[in-house]
Design a protein around this ligand. Structure first.
Ligand code: ADP
Length: 693
């Protein structure tokens, strides 16, 4: 270790060597706090002087603090409260240090003005012995990092030693600069890690919240926490009107969302929304667009929230301090706004979903029909209130998720459900439920869901139908009876008066005819009413031959009365029809009767029968009568429809015959159609299923 007494012959070379060793030693320590106390000790050891002290300038303030000292036996690391000293820029040695020059501090020469409690002399010589002290600025890259003070036994310090101290001061400067850079990088890393930790927490909180208000509150809370802003608000942006509307805020006495038309005349957030560019405004008083929520704020930061390149909202932060927001704040709020955008979207989707579901639920609840959805696994997915009451379930029990066959065990609904499952895509049935109620039940298979079951209460309709039927029976009975009585009296009148003159005979014939028509009308009405309430057909094999003979026997008198010919083929080798003998006869008697009625005397009627595939026969009734116009063809099966033409004027009828025929054909699962040309004739086709063993 060199000392003041044995200054080497070539001090510079040795000094360089030592300085090199020192730089290796100090360069191995990157942590500033570890490095600071090591500096005076190692410098003292290298220089071999008695006392070494390290001063550090305080950033941004005109003060220094004593970082550490090393004397022969003590090493001290100082608490900066005790050892802060004021730097007076114009006084030596401060002016020398600033110019990167060394200076000697002589305790006996205290410069005027440097005489306070925290003056250089007062502070330094409280710790170091009061003797001339050499000082060398510690700098690197043109920046002052500190000052080294050294005292030697040799008094004052020699020129070589001063040079050597300057060299070590340079080495220390590089070491301090590296450590400061390292510390800065470390702080940045820590800041990033903290930011990431916060973002992870933001992510967790946002992904947990599906309420829009919660998303707003979480976003603003994190924005304030990170930037230490005094106020924050979030405004939604309407792209079409270009208007912003504050919807949530934190930190304001008068919340911006309660200030109506806040952004009507622009404002920084609106500018940010329109340009889709974040802005830091260091001093709001210098920005003419600024609209204050409260006068207390001095700086402002606004960041757009975008979804698929479209601005949906703006996050705004305000601080009472001027220039409170930094680039790293901006970066954090950007990251936050990306997350908020997604969360706002999700919350909106969820809110829509909830609204839709509530709508559907309330519709389902309010409709009178039973609606039930059963999954492919045969578990109940949905049952509405009407279902619960119609099916006599307990309103306070949970049925969703339970097995259909367990809930409806032993009930007719289960039997019908099984039938539906075994059948096709749609199944319709009529179901009697407790309380003597009748339901039209429909099962529709939905590949995505399972089964959608709807049930409509037909009980009232049935009652109404029954009432109609009862009314018709009473009415027809009350009508039929006097009609029969009248017919009897007309016959008696003729019998008792064989000498009636021709005119009187004509009158009685007219009365008789009208009564017959009336009876036919009543019969048809009654029959239709009966068919409407659902008669059961007696289905059996019906031989076509027999059917045709029966028809011919019924119709013969009217055919002969009009000198017409009726051609009926033999139905040999044809399979029997499947149906109700009487009702089938009724169908064909009606059709042939019409053919007779609407064909002039002498006309011809042909009946033709042929197979229609293996399953059915088609029977055609062809006449060469007056025919039916295309317009009338569309309506003739309607109740009470009659063709109004000069040639039909004198033909009696009710317009019910073909309605009855159509109903009967339908009941037999058959089909009816016609071809006709006015003035040429008409053919009715009836296709009916054949009997299969
Ligand atoms: P109506 O009691 O009037 O005969 P229908 O229901 O049997 O009632 O027939 C409806 C209308 O269809 C008749 O009014 C008639 O004009 C027309 N019509 C039915 N059959 C024939 C036919 N074979 N030729 C011409 N017109 C017919």
């Amino acid at each position: 270790m060199p000392s003041s007494n044995d200054v080497p012959v070539e001090p510079t070379a040795t000094a360089y060597k030592s300085a090199y060793a020192l730089s290796l030693f100090l360069g191995s320590v990157s942590d500033l706090q570890t490095l600071l106390p090591m500096i005076p000790t190692s410098v003292r050891d290298v220089l071999g002087c008695e006392q070494v002290m390290l001063l550090l300038p305080d950033e941004g303030r005109a003060t220094f603090r004593i970082a550490s000292t090393a004397s022969a036996d003590v090493v001290r690391h100082f608490d900066d409260q005790v050892v802060r000293l004021d730097a007076l820029p114009d006084l030596p040695p401060f002016d020398a240090w600033r110019q990167r020059r060394p200076a000697i501090i002589d305790p006996s020469l205290r410069p005027p003005g440097d005489d306070g409690e925290r003056s250089l002399h007062a502070t330094v010589f409280r710790i170091l012995p009061a003797k001339p002290t050499f000082s060398a600025p510690v700098s690197a890259n043109g920046r002052l990092y500190g000052v080294l003070l050294a005292q030697d036994a040799e008094d004052p310090i020699s020129a070589e030693r001063s040079e050597f101290l300057l060299l070590t001061a340079h080495v220390v400067g590089v070491a301090l600069a590296n450590a400061a850079r390292y510390q800065h990088a470390e702080e940045e890393r820590r800041r990033r890690a903290e930011e990431m930790r916060m973002m992870a927490q933001v992510d967790r909180e946002l992904s947990d919240s599906i309420q829009l208000d919660d998303v707003f509150a979480i976003t603003l809370d994190w924005a304030m926490r990170y930037t230490l802003a005094h106020g924050a608000y979030l405004s939604l942006f309407d792209e079409t009107s270009g208007m912003l509307r504050p919807v949530a805020s934190l930190g304001y006495k008068t919340p911006p969302e309660t200030v109506t038309d806040l952004f009507e005349s622009g404002g920084i957030p609106q500018r940010v929304a329109l340009t889709n560019r974040a802005e830091i405004v260091p001093q709001v008083s210098l920005d003419s667009a600024y609209l204050p929520v409260t006068i207390a704020m001095n700086s402002h930061l606004s960041v757009p929230v975008t979804r698929e390149d479209r601005v949906v909202a703006v996050i705004s932060l305000e601080s009472k301090q001027v220039n409170a927001f930094t680039e790293s704040h901006l970066e954090f709020i950007h990251a936050l706004s990306t997350r908020a955008g997604i969360a706002i979207d999700n919350a909106r989707l969820y809110a829509n979903e909830v609204r839709e579901r509530e709508k559907t639920t309330s519709i389902l609840r309010e409709i009178a029909d039973v609606v039930m959805v059963v999954g492919s696994d045969e578990r109940i997915i949905l049952i509405n209130d009407s279902g619960i009451s119609a099916l006599r379930l307990y309103p306070d029990q949970q049925y969703v998720g339970r097995r259909f066959d367990e809930v409806f065990d032993g009930q007719p609904l289960l039997t019908v459900f099984r039938r539906a499952v075994a059948g096709g895509r749609v199944h319709n049935d009529t179901l009697m439920l407790p309380g003597d109620r009748t339901y039209a039940t429909s099962f529709a298979r939905n590949p995505k869901v399972g089964w959608i079951i709807t049930m409509r209460d037909l009980t009232e309709l049935r009652h109404a139908d029954q009432l109609k039927h009862d009314f018709m029976s009473v009415l027809s009975h009350d009508l039929k009876q006097p009609v029969s009585v009248l017919s009897g009296y007309v016959e008696l009148l003729e019998m008792r008066n064989p000498a009636l003159d021709e005119r009187s005979r004509y009158y009685t014939a007219m009365i008789y005819q009208s009564l017959t028509n009336m009876r036919k009308l009543i019969d048809d009405l009654l029959d239709l009413a009966r068919l409407d309430t659902g008669v059961e057909l007696i289905r059996a094999p019906v031989a076509v031959d027999h059917l045709m003979f029966a028809v011919r026997d019924w119709i013969r008198p009217s055919v002969e009365a009009k000198s017409m010919t009726l051609h009926i083929p033999t139905g040999a080798n044809l399979p029997p029809l499947r149906g109700d003998q009487n009702r089938l006869t009724q169908i064909f008697v009606n059709l042939v009767h019409n053919a007779v009625k609407y064909t002039p005397p002498g006309g011809e009627i042909h009946i033709e029968i042929e197979s229609s595939g293996e399953e059915a026969l088609t029977i055609a009734i062809r006449d060469n009568g007056m025919g039916i116009s295309p317009d009338d063809q569309k309506a003739i099966f309607e109740r009470f429809y009659r063709v109004r033409r000069p040639e039909t004027e004198n033909i009696e009828g009710s317009g019910l015959g073909l309605t009855l025929v159509k109903r009967l054909v339908d009941l037999h699962n058959g089909q009816i159609g016609l071809e006709s040309r006015l003035g040429e004739g008409t053919t009715f086709f009836v296709t009916l299923p054949v009997w299969k063993n």
